[in-house]
Design a protein around this ligand. Structure first.
Ligand SMILES: O=C(O)[C@@H](CO)OP(=O)(O)O
Length: 211
């Protein structure tokens, strides 16, 4: 057995609440989002998890989620690496548009394809595959080596940058990944084998409410 990797999606943001495509835009967490981060922290505490290093994106909602978690588990000041490789997928021209307005304009199916397909990018933005093209190398070079050295590593990031990682860790195919939605503030704990495969996955909360 090797180390432990914990992935957590940021809590609800102002734009999640307003139902807007967000991508690389930088809204703050809502009160609910703050509460979700704290619930995630409590679950980590219950499981006795403490961390050696944390990673997050350059976006406020993920950094704030990480700060809240570290505060609640008593690890404020933990070494943290911020990198835009972990940012949300770039939603391109859809950024800032209302998701229901987009469904009315382009149809339910097209919007679902842009949001959840593997390789169809939204206009001017990144597909999940494009997002993976920056997340996977970053994981391989910066995150995985630390886990394999026996460390416990926390990653606070975004719905789609984490879907790209979960796709690889859970060995999901391009069809399966279209139905994967990650809930906000719910930690996923991966214990990795020395060969980097997953020995055990535990979800600390309810993923079923995710959409
Ligand atoms: O708007 C976004 O950036 C993301 C995450 O909130 O939305 P979606 O669920 O459509 O991938």
């Amino acid at each position: 057995m090797s180390g432990t990797l914990v992935l957590v999606r940021h809590g609800q943001s102002e734009w999640n609440l307003k139902n807007l495509f967000t991508g690389w835009r930088d809204p703050a967490l809502t009160e609910k989002g703050i509460a979700e981060a704290r619930t995630g922290a409590a679950a980590l505490k219950d499981h006795g998890l403490t961390f050696d290093i944390a990673f997050t994106s350059v976006l406020t909602r993920a950094q704030h989620t990480l700060d809240l978690i570290l505060e609640d588990i008593g690890q404020t000041g933990l070494e943290t690496i911020r990198d835009e490789a972990l940012n949300e997928r770039d939603y391109g021209d859809l950024s800032g548009l209302n998701k229901d307005d987009a469904r009315e304009k382009w149809g339910e199916e097209q919007v679902h394809i842009w949001r959840r397909s593997y390789d169809v990018p939204p206009p001017g933005g990144e597909s999940l595959k494009d997002t993976g093209a920056r997340v996977w190398p970053y994981y391989m070079t910066e995150i995985l080596p630390r886990v394999l050295s026996g460390k416990t590593v926390l990653v606070a990031a975004h719905g789609n940058s984490l879907r790209a990682l979960v796709m690889v860790l859970d060995r999901m195919g391009r069809d399966e990944i279209t139905s994967l939605n990650l809930a906000t503030g719910v930690p996923m704990v991966y214990r990795l084998n020395a060969d980097s495969t997953v020995a055990e996955k535990t979800v600390l909360g309810d993923m079923s409410a995710a959409h």
